[in-house]
Design a protein. Sequence first.
Length: 136
Amino acid sequence: MAIAILGACRTSELVHLTNDDVEILEGNKLFITLRTTKVNEEDRQFMITGELANIVMKYKKLRPMNASTNRFFLRFQNGICRNQVTGKNMLSQTPCRIATFLNLPEPTRYTGNQRNESNNLCTFGNYDCITPSFYI
């Protein structure tokens, strides 16, 4: 979810994110490139730093060496990373699943619309909308 919210991503952008699009830089930084998914749009790039970058790096390192795909998001089941891609439906249901796990009120209000969630962070949170990165 860190990538989805910090990058204000569409579900389709998350589905098409590849391992090559997530570059690890020195000093706990990640440089992420989102490839164009709509007509008349350019590729977007952003950086994740600090503890959130560490979490994404840990996820990336759990990837099986024999993965048959270069897509970034693979299925995790029972603490094991499977050689199966995570599809758009699973990605779009993730916010609701997290809200349910945290016992938040009305978990169905948490949708897969990360662009709206990112706008809320820009308006109300400690978030830099020009260079997406939390200050940790």
